[in-house]
Write a protein that binds this ligand. Structure first.
Ligand code: ATP
Ligand code: MG
Length: 184
């Protein structure tokens, strides 16, 4: 498994000031009062892994992840999230496997969309999505359970429930590859 070790947020939703979150081994719990940003943290993790649906970020458009301003603070022009991964077991897919650590950075600028980097090198959204699809983590990973998702799973139509289970089994990366092959 690729192990996440750090999440850094800057201008992402309520995290207007640069914030570092160290992710220790084992289970991590996030506690705090309503509205303090617990769900925003999970969304930042999903976003840096290449989430493309604004609805999954509880926004109308992707730019809604940028700090929108508060009574005492002006809005920001960009949001950035960096995810650091321990790759000392060299489990990252080919092309990302030259080093013991990976830092994936996604940045969105108003009117300019998203840009991604892996270890300071520019990459495409698809490269980042593939990296995580193969690692069977990823933006849609069942390991990241959104608020309300348990109820969705219980109420899901069989086809959708199957998709969730396939992701849990780690075979959704294969489908993404096949789909790409069919498009070529
Ligand atoms: P709960 O316990 O109710 O689930 P939570 O800790 O999960 O709460 P979040 O939903 O993560 O809280 O955070 C909500 C807060 O984030 C709200 O105060 C909201 O105004 C703020 N927020 C969301 N998007 C932005 C944005 N683009 N700019 C500034 N603040 C934002
Ligand atoms: Mg929440």
């Amino acid at each position: 498994r690729l192990r996440f070790t750090k999440l850094r947020l800057n201008g992402f939703k309520s995290f207007v000031d640069p914030t570092d979150l160290v992710i220790a081994d084992g289970l991590t719990g996030v506690v705090g009062p309503n509205g303090c940003g617990k769900s925003n943290l999970l969304e930042a993790m999903r976003w840096v892994m290449g989430e493309t649906r604004a609805s999954a970020m509880r926004g109308g458009g992707m730019e809604d992840v940028i700090f929108a301003g508060a009574a005492t603070r002006p809005a920001r022009n960009f949001a950035e999230v960096a995810l650091t991964i321990d790759n000392s077991e060299r489990l990252a897919p080919a092309g990302f496997n030259e080093s013991d650590g990976l830092e994936i950075v996604r940045r969105i600028t108003r009117d300019a969309g998203s840009a991604y980097k892996v270890n300071t090198k520019d990459v495409r959204a698809r490269d980042v999505q593939m990296l995580f699809a193969d690692a069977s983590t990823g933006a849609h990973s069942p390991a990241l359970v959104r608020q309300g998702q348990i109820a969705e799973l219980i109420n899901a139509k069989p086809k959708n429930r199957r998709r969730i289970l396939e992701e849990a089994a780690g075979i959704s990366g294969l489908y993404q590859r096949r789909h790409e092959a069919e498009l070529k």
